[in-house]
Design a protein around this ligand. Structure first.
Ligand code: CLR
Length: 368
């Protein structure tokens, strides 16, 4: 009950929530960017498809396939949704996936803002010429026993060979099961994938009871450029099976089966080779204390990090300087990205976080 009350008074800032110990996780939110590419084969697949329509469908498939990891993996590995550690400004999470067919796929994730919390990330595979960039923050509100979370930010997928962009908006979600101490995520409302080639998909989410009696359901409509009648309707469960219906033939084969897919583990440098500002190194003591429920240590070690951060901000203020982001910069949204946002009919953000690949490659951090 104390927890539910603390949620009710959290006023939109998720980092201010004091969660009961059993709901804490030792993983920082900066790590969550990894869920975009844990299936490297689906991530690079669109680059090999010459037909625009088929390619846009492959992007949709990859996107649907990422949802299970993004939104159910804590339940699967830890038993319930958890409260992640609140990343500090400048905290970085780096890694790569390495598979025989896809080669290396690199992940760079950085906490670019603390108040409000914003994480920016870039994920790229040079062998196939594909790159995903994005950033996100969360706005929370609480109603009775449900925590509602709206995501701010977006992701942009770029395919080099076709000089093609896909603008991706992020779903709104809510946390159910709080009252029973067994929280889990359910997605709601709509997201959009708009390609610079004109193809687009809208994905509508729902939980039990709306489209069907099943949780984690979605219905995606896939459109040709400038057409308001969908070519295909894809529906089912994003954590399970979905089918694709051709609106002309009414033929409805399998689209994706999330239960068949095994994620490729991300390779992260051993902690002793990481920089101080790398997530797992910085939070090492807290992360070790969480599973053994050593609350004193959790508290002491968290406070250390928070105090260090406070000191840093104080010094910057005294010196009249601003914190320099490591690998991302806030720029005006010009050029192709603004165009796809407009095509998508979404209000483009005035300023967006973009990856500075040069800065990353000049840094020793790029040796993964
Ligand atoms: C972060 C960005 C990822 C997708 C994603 C998945 C789960 C979300 C997380 C985002 C933000 C933080 C989040 C989490 C689920 C629970 C957690 C909303 C959007 C909150 C802070 C936890 C509150 C405590 C509960 C367990 C009660 O791409």
């Amino acid at each position: 009950m104390t927890f539910l009350r603390s949620l009710a008074s959290s006023k939109g800032d998720l980092s201010s929530i004091t969660a009961p110990p059993f709901i804490l996780s030792g993983t920082s939110l900066v790590e969550y960017s990894k869920f975009w590419a844990e299936l490297p084969d689906l991530f690079v697949a669109p680059t090999m498809i010459l037909d625009k329509e088929e390619r846009a469908l492959a992007v949709l498939k990859w996107f649907i396939a990422t949802l299970k990891g993004q939104y159910t993996s804590r339940n699967e590995t830890l038993g319930s949704e958890k409260k992640p550690l609140n990343p500090f400004l400048g905290e970085v999470f780096l890694g790569k996936w390495e598979t025989e067919t896809e080669g290396p796929t690199i992940l760079v994730s950085e906490q670019v803002s603390h108040h409000p919390p914003v994480t920016a990330y870039a994920i790229y595979n040079d062998m196939y010429g594909i790159e995903l960039q994005g950033y996100n923050g969360q706005k929370a509100s609480f109603a009775t026993t449900t925590l509602n979370v709206r995501q701010v930010g977006h992701a942009v997928l770029y395919i080099k060979k076709f000089d093609e962009y896909y603008y991706i908006t992020l779903p709104t979600l809510h946390i159910e099961g709080l009252f029973y101490g067994a929280p889990y995520v359910e997605l709601e409302q709509k997201t959009l994938i708009q390609s610079s080639n004109g193809y687009r998909a809208t994905i509508e989410y729902s939980g039990k009871g709306y489209f069907s009696g099943k949780k984690n359901t979605f219905k995606a409509k896939f459109y040709e450029p400038e057409d308001s009648n969908p070519l295909y309707t894809i529906s089912g469960q994003w954590s399970g099976k979905s089918t694709i219906m051709n609106e002309q033939t009414k033929n409805e084969p399998l689209f994706y089966d999330a239960t068949e897919h095994k994620v490729v583990p991300l390779i992260v440098k051993p902690i002793d080779q990481q920089a101080d500002y790398e997530s797992r190194r910085a939070w090492e003591k807290v992360a070790a204390a969480v599973p053994i429920m050593d609350y004193d240590t959790i508290h002491i070690e968290k406070s250390k990090i928070e105090n260090e951060q406070r000191e840093l901000r104080k010094k910057e203020k005294e010196l009249g300087i601003k914190w320099q982001r490591r690998y991302f910069e806030l720029i005006e949204d010009e050029g192709p990205l603004k165009e796809v946002a407009e095509l998508a009919g979404v209000e483009p953000d005035e300023k967006v976080w973009r990856f500075n690949r040069e800065a990353f490659e000049l840094s020793p951090d790029s040796k993964l």
